[in-house]
Design a binder for this molecule. Structure first.
Ligand code: SF4
Length: 467
């Protein structure tokens, strides 16, 4: 009895810590492994997050045809098999939990997630949650409300089986085969489909109380670069909380490479994102990995005004970021109210300077938004802008091979690729050898072989033994 009570107290003590001890250890390891050039005061890898995670080889198939497509040519020769998906997702997540601690964002990705039966999709999400991940399903968004409802509700009781769902919808005019618009001439034609995607989730929340977080993903090529501002302006109020842009890279299925994707720079993409956002985006305020891979700008709209969370030119905001990280570390703020209150109390008790720091930051944020009255009148809506620039397979392959041998290249281009791979913020787990691999290396080097093997294991036409 006393032993059980002591266990409960110990468990409560750990749960109410701002940062779980396993995460503290994982962050420290991550920080120590990072190359020197990214160990900056603005760096969040190894201090606030261990990085993003994604699944691979769990449902490679997709029913759209995109140019470019990051999946290898063999991906569509693998059948969707729910038992395989749930089993492999669980194995990959177990390794991520072991190496990266709890509470990290993980994407259920690899093909088209809604080709999974809703129960298998739910099983995969459950496995991710059970392993301490915060899952997000990555989809082309071409599914009906009935699918979403079937995913969210227990089929036996019709009660919700998830209180919250996170989805990223990938929409751009280089995608072919979407129902109702098989070929798209410009981005604007997709807006009804983007709206429909958001409305499914709004309806789910109205009818069943399942809340949501929606991201909008878009590949950028010379064909749609100039349409980026219009997409943001048209879709800003649809319900997306994040707009993520991926300048196209030469990875995956070579048959789907159409343009000179290097005809523009990432600076040009970012300029178009800022144009659409209607304000300067302060991506230098904090970094997630290597800035040649990622730019992230946190902020909110107060009415029509875009307000950055941190002003990259204001040293007081830079100082607040350091205080924030010291006080909260990798704390998960999306906790039930009582638990959150306990964690906040312990964080402030451990770092009392965070309280006046928070007040100062709140004053500056309100001033940027046009004053407290403006904030009360136009309740701010948080929207994050992201640019993620994958690298070309022809660079990643040799760079990765050399890294595997422990050799840093003298060639400036390969050297840069290696530095970025070492600071990667988006990893995939390989339980068979206990390793985490950057998504660029996964897609450029490992996917083709993996999918060939899967095509034998899970052929499109099931073998007699499978039937
Ligand atoms: S190495 Fe590739 S997958 Fe990793 S953060 Fe950079 S672009 Fe993304």
């Amino acid at each position: 009895m006393l032993g059980r009570l002591a266990d409960r107290v110990r468990e409560l003590e750990v749960r109410t810590r701002p940062e779980h001890p396993d995460l503290t250890a994982a962050l420290q390891r991550r920080w120590e492994q990072l190359p020197a050039h990214v160990r900056t005061p603005q760096q969040m890898l190894g201090r606030r997050t261990a990085g993003c995670e994604g699944t691979h080889g769990v449902f490679p198939r997709c029913d759209l045809a995109c140019t470019p497509c990051y999946h290898s040519r063999e991906a569509n020769r693998v059948r969707v098999d729910g038992a395989h998906t749930v089993r492999e997702v669980d194995r990959q997540m177990a390794l991520l939990r072991e190496l990266r601690g709890p509470g990290q964002n993980a994407q259920l990705i690899g093909g088209e997630v809604t080709l999974l039966d809703p129960d298998d999709h739910a099983g995969a999400l459950r496995a991710m949650i059970a392993r301490g991940r915060k899952p997000m399903s990555m989809s082309h968004g071409d599914f009906d409300y009935a699918y979403l409802e079937a995913l969210a509700l227990d089929p036996a009781t019709r009660q919700r089986r998830f209180a919250h769902l996170s989805f990223a919808g990938h929409f751009d005019s280089m995608m072919f085969g979407r129902r109702g618009i098989r070929r798209v001439r410009d981005e604007r034609e997709l807006n009804p489909h983007r709206r429909r995607f958001c409305e499914h989730f709004q309806r789910l929340e109205r009818e069943h109380g399942v809340t949501h977080y929606l991201a909008h993903n878009m590949t950028v090529t010379p064909r749609n670069l100039d349409q980026v501002p219009g997409v943001i302006r048209d879709c800003r109020d649809m319900g997306f909380r994040m707009f993520s842009f991926q300048p196209a890279a030469f990875i995956g299925n070579t048959a789907r490479w159409k343009d000179d994707y290097r005809a523009f720079s990432t600076d040009e993409v970012w300029a178009r994102i800022e144009e659409g956002a209607g304000g300067r985006l302060h991506w230098r305020a904090l970094h997630i990995g290597d800035v040649r891979c990622n730019r992230t700008a946190y902020g909110a709209y107060a009415g029509e005004r875009y307000v950055p969370l941190l002003d990259e030119d204001d040293p007081r905001d830079a100082a607040w970021l350091q205080t924030f990280v010291a006080a909260f570390g990798g704390m998960d703020f999306a906790a039930p109210p009582a638990l959150l209150a306990a964690r906040l109390a312990r964080a402030f008790a451990g770092r009392p300077a965070a309280l006046p720091g928070l007040a100062g930051w709140a004053r500056r944020f309100a001033a940027r938004a046009g004053g407290t009255r403006a904030l009360v009148r136009d309740r701010p809506r948080a929207i994050t802008f992201v640019m993620h620039a994958f690298m070309d397979a022809r660079d990643v392959r040799p760079a990765w091979e050399l890294l595997e041998q422990g050799v840093m290249s003298d060639d400036p281009r390969l050297r840069e690729t290696q530095e970025r791979l070492q600071a990667c913020s988006y990893a995939m787990a390989h339980p068979e050898d206990g390793r985490l691999v950057p998504a660029c290396a996964q897609h450029s080097v490992l996917d083709p072989l993996e999918n060939l093997r899967l095509a034998e294991e899970l052929p499109l036409v099931p073998s007699a033994a499978d039937r």
